[in-house]
Write a protein that binds this ligand. Sequence first.
Ligand code: SAH
Length: 414
Amino acid sequence: MSVTLIVEAAAPIAPQPSLPELKTSLVGLDRVRLAEALTRIGVAPREAKMRVQQLWHWIYWRGARDFEEMTNVGKALRRALAEQFTLDRPEIVSEQVSVDGTRKWLLRMPRKGPHDRGAEIECVYIPESDRGTLCVSSQVGCTLTCAFCHTGTQKLVRNLEASEIVAQMMVARDRLGEWPGHSPPEGTIAPTDGGRLVSNIVLMGMGEPLYNFDNVKTAIDVISDGEGLALSRRRVTLSTAGVTPMIPRAGEEIGTMLAISLHAVRDELRNTLVPLNKKYPIKDLLDACRTYPGVSNARRITFEYVMLKGVNDSLAEAKDLVRLLKGIPAKINLIPFNPWPGTNYECSDWEQIERFSDIVFNAGYASPIRTPRGRDILAACGQLKSETEKLRARARLMLESGVGEAGMFAANVE
Ligand code: SAH
């Protein structure tokens, strides 16, 4: 099998004064920021509203890549826009396609200044027969240090801006050919139900979305806007490790479905698995779930529970889980642990996962076992970014042995 590896030199890159002109991309901006951009190039405030409407249609409904496509925008304005702005998406550093059709993109955000290399994040597309789910990142790295999560071993670099969250969906739709007049490239594995290719979004990539509340909120406003990307909030799931005080606001102001990374039924264990629990213990977290705005049997909360052999997978814990969730419209997603280099945890035995699932199911809760997807390309839960790390180490070795140059370079390996 031939894969393209993109490797990054580990040595710090010297400041690069020759930044290409930093034109701002309009892609991912909300209506307020689009209006500001127009005012900046001299469009009168009265006119700006109508122009925003036009740009919105071209950018988010049609996926335009060039201002010249915008035939109902006058030539002079098109030229002015092109002089000051772009319709660029984040750069796709690499794209990996799993045998199961899962796609993982490593994206590099535009550089913000001479010392910035351009933050890198990962984004994963998971096609199933009845849906296509895009797993989106909300931060570069993560602060939470959950013991079993590889993403958590990387330090937080920064919050993603709202536009950078939206841009992940734009890239996915570009690559899947999901714009009017376009079609998926040959060989694309896509949902077979005739529905949208990106039909669902889960904020389950890198980062803790409730630590980047305002940007996540703005991004979901853009994504769910009926005149553009038009993805219903009910098809968006925000996953949190349990930033309890923000949960009511998430329900009121963002209004997506909610998922909680629970993973343990006792505070003592959860403190070690999800250190955030020391701040916001299980009881308080579940109280916030009970009163989550909009929660009902039709809008259940998903509880994620990673299956760790001999750690949290006993049948007594399954029974405790059922007791704990009493009164909360819930479904429980059992996630087989995805191992990564250097971890001491192991995935529970399959029979144990099934027994655990049976107990939860017999108590009246849906308890699907999440099929690991894209494991061959390290795209499964908690594996994001790990390949990049590994490749960095490899790049370092190559540099030390005199192969390659500082900066970015790509190697094709068999
Ligand atoms: N910070 C948010 C968003 C990340 S979602 C949150 O914690 O909910 C990613 C999901 O995958 C979380 O439920 C996380 O706990 C889980 N996960 C992390 N590492 C994993 C691994 N190695 N195997 C299986 N699931 C993992």
